[in-house]
Structures are given as C-alpha cells and as structure tokens.
Write a protein that binds this ligand. Structure first.
Ligand code: G3P
Ligand code: MG
Length: 252
C-alpha cells in the first residue's frame, strides 16, 4: 500500500473535513487534491447511493446546496448526477468540478492519504440505502485500501453491518451532539471500533470520562480554529476533524 503506514500505526491525525473545504468546494477531487498537496494526514468525505445504487460523494441528502441540481440525491441516477456541477456554488471558476466517483478517489488517493469515508444511510430511507455497506466493502477490497481507511457513520446499524462484512477494517463511531458517551463507548467496544467521533460542543467542559477510558482513538468533529484544536489535543483527543486551513497556527 505505497508509503502510507497502516492507519492503526498512525499517531495524531487531523482529518480534512470534506477535503480542504475552505479553499475548494467541499467533497470534490479539487478539495481532496489540495489536502494531498498541503500534506494533510487524512481526508474525510460523505458517501451515499444514487437511484441506481452507485456510491456518490456528497454530504447532503439533497442537491441544492452544493450542486446546480435539484431534489433528493437518491431520486437521480448516477449518470445524471455526474453531469452536475459540484463547484459553481463555490465560485464560477470551480464550475467544472463534478461529484467525485468513489472509484476515482480511491484510485488516485487511496494509497497516498488516510481516508475516512462517512456512510450517509439514514434509517428512514433504508429502502434506498439498502446494501450500501456491501457495495462499499466490495469496492474497498477491490482497491486494496482497507488498511488506510476508516469507515464511520451516525447510523450505528450501518456500522454493525460493516463489522459483520469485514472483521478488520477500522470503524469510527460518530456521536451526535448530546448522545450518551457511555452508550457510545459500549457500542464502540462491541463492534471493536478503532475510534469514537464526538461532537466538539459536547467536549466544551473537558473530555468525558468514558472517552478517556476508551482504549481506541477519539477524533472530535468539527474544529475551525487552532486554539480549539490545541485544547482538544491537550485533553486527550487523538486528532480531530477540521475545516482546513485552520484559523491560527497549530503544531502537532
Ligand atoms: O465525520 C465528521 C463529520 O463529517 C460529521 O458531520 O455532518 O459534517 O458529515 P457531517
Ligand atoms: Mg461527514
């Protein structure tokens, strides 16, 4: 797997949230390439399924905010989605950016930078995300990038399915603001998760004891400034998700 170490041997990781999302349209190849060029340790992106059940990298369930399309992602087939601009909302000179194909991202970047793939598979829309974990695990296997990837989701059912499909891949348990840290740790231990990803606002008063006791990594989301990053690293976080470049300077 190239010169990239196994994710399990990495120390602190600052994850570029949706790629370099402050200087390029989020979740595009441009944002991911900027991360690579800047020397970021890892990128995070969100993946869901098209109407014809192909993986598409986009954060929202709907197209309006980050593309020139309209409506729900799952109502559009893959070919149609690939024609949309995923950059014109960010500025006219980004209009040629497309929603990245997972295949292209793994082929170009899979052995060069750590990748956190966040599965967007809301329970209420299970009928349109059925089988997403099987597809994603098959694709990762075909690219041989398992050792440098971290799979996360707020949908813990999805994470259980990932574990049942793959005994070794690193899993990150995403915890929404206000969710119970004890329960998050219990679940993470049950599925042998690599990391827990708490909401940074839940750590304002310090690192909750269950997270301190957790033997895996703690990667809070989402940090925008260096001072917050320093505080988190000083209270036991192993890195964090960041809107990059950070405001201020952080040395790790
Ligand atoms: O995975 C960290 C972060 O991406 C989770 O929130 O809504 O930005 O996908 P969101
Ligand atoms: Mg995300």
């Amino acid at each position: 797997m190239g010169s990239l170490k196994n994710l399990r041997d990495a120390e602190r990781i600052i994850w570029a949230h949706r790629g370099r999302s402050r200087t390029a349209p989020e979740n595009t190849l441009m944002a991911f390439r900027q991360s690579l060029d800047a020397g970021d340790a890892g990128i995070e992106f969100d993946v869901t399924l098209s109407a014809d059940c192909k993986p598409v990298i986009i954060h929202d369930d709907t197209l309006e905010r980050t593309t020139d399309g309209q409506g729900e992602v799952f109502n559009h087939d893959y070919a149609t989605l690939m024609e949309l601009s995923a950059g014109s909302w960010f500025g006219p000179r980004y209009s040629e950016e497309r929603l990245p194909r997972l295949y292209d991202v793994l082929e170009e970047l899979g052995e060069r930078i750590y990748i956190n793939m966040e599965i967007k598979s809301s329970a209420w829309r299970w009928e349109v995300s059925a089988g997403i974990e099987i597809k994603l695990m098959d694709i990762i296997k075909s690219f041989g990038t398992e050792d440098s990837m971290l799979i996360s989701s707020f949908n813990w059912l999805s994470l259980s399915r990932v574990r049942s499909l793959n005994r070794n891949i690193a899993i990150g348990v995403l915890v929404r603001r206000g969710w119970n840290s004890d329960i998050a740790v219990s679940f993470a231990e049950k599925i042998a998760a690599f990391s827990i990803h708490p909401n940074v606002t839940d750590l304002a008063g310090g690192m909750p004891v269950p997270y301190i006791r957790f033997s895996g990594k703690i990667f809070p989301y989402t940090v925008g400034d260096a001072d917050t990053g320093k505080r988190l690293l000083g209270t036991g976080a192993d890195g964090f998700f960041a809107d990059l470049p950070l405001q201020g300077t952080l040395t790790i």
